[in-house]
Design a protein around this ligand. Structure first.
Ligand SMILES: [Zn+2]
Length: 240
């Protein structure tokens, strides 16, 4: 479940809740709308912003989606387990008997077998969603029950946002032209800034290593970083 906060173009807002299915359909629609951007958040939610003209003024309508159950921090071990679950048909084992009793409470994903305590933590924190249990066998004849496990929408959004952490560099500010490889005389005035030039360039990059650039001003870098995160989220939504 998600908490939704809708902020209308006139600044008024209202809150509500949305099921995972509803949140997913909102994200899919938003990805297709014109003048609309979606950005995943590290808390496992998303921000949908739609710009529209009203009375000759460009205004923004915003929907914030936030998981009702906070996901908490995701450790590298948890991340490994979630990646394994996302990559394969994973299932939770219960009702195993005899020598296979130790399988109970474990989530199996290919060769990965996630210990019961760690498995329970993933379920309790709504990082994974359980399907409908079905009867199976541990070794061909001893019975066990398997419950399909998949990543929750909030887990997918949180992992995606973690993979796309952008940073923008602090501009150098006033520098001696020679220090930045320029042959110029700089400002013609006394005091600290005399003989200097203003260097506002900002280098920006993303942890996905798929985006980087140098921008004339930091605000351009911040804008482009946000556009990169939104484009990456849109690509994710198209796969959901
Ligand atoms: Zn990225």
């Amino acid at each position: 479940m998600f908490r939704t906060t809708i902020t209308r173009t006139d600044g008024t807002s209202s809150t509500g809740t949305a099921t995972e299915a509803h949140a997913l359909s909102l994200l899919r629609r938003a990805e297709r709308w014109e003048h609309c951007a979606v950005e995943a958040t590290r808390r496992g939610g998303a921000i949908i912003e739609r710009r529209m003209w009203e009375g000759g003024i460009m205004r923004t309508r915003k929907i914030d989606l936030e998981p009702l159950t906070p996901l908490g921090s995701i450790t590298p071990t948890m991340r490994g387990a979630l990646d394994a679950i996302a990559a394969r048909d994973a299932y939770l084992v219960t009702d195993a008997v005899d020598i296979f009793r130790s399988r109970n409470g474990r989530i199996c994903a290919g060769l990965e077998s996630i210990p019961p305590t760690a498995s329970k933590r993933l379920v309790d924190r709504s990082l994974v969603v359980l399907g409908t249990p079905y009867p199976s066998t541990s070794n061909g004849y001893l019975p066990e029950t398997r419950t399909p496990v998949r990543l929750s929408l909030s887990a997918r959004l949180a992992l995606h946002a973690k993979d796309h952490r952008t940073r923008t560099g602090e501009p150098l500010g006033y520098v001696k032209p020679m220090d930045v490889g320029l042959n110029a005389i700089g400002l013609n005035k006394g005091g600290r800034r005399g003989g200097t030039i203003y260097d506002g360039t900002s280098a920006a990059s993303c942890t996905c290593r798929g985006w980087a650039g140098t921008f004339e001003r930091r605000m351009f870098a911040l804008d482009q970083a946000r556009i990169h995160r939104q484009e990456a989220t849109a690509a994710l939504v198209r796969t959901l």
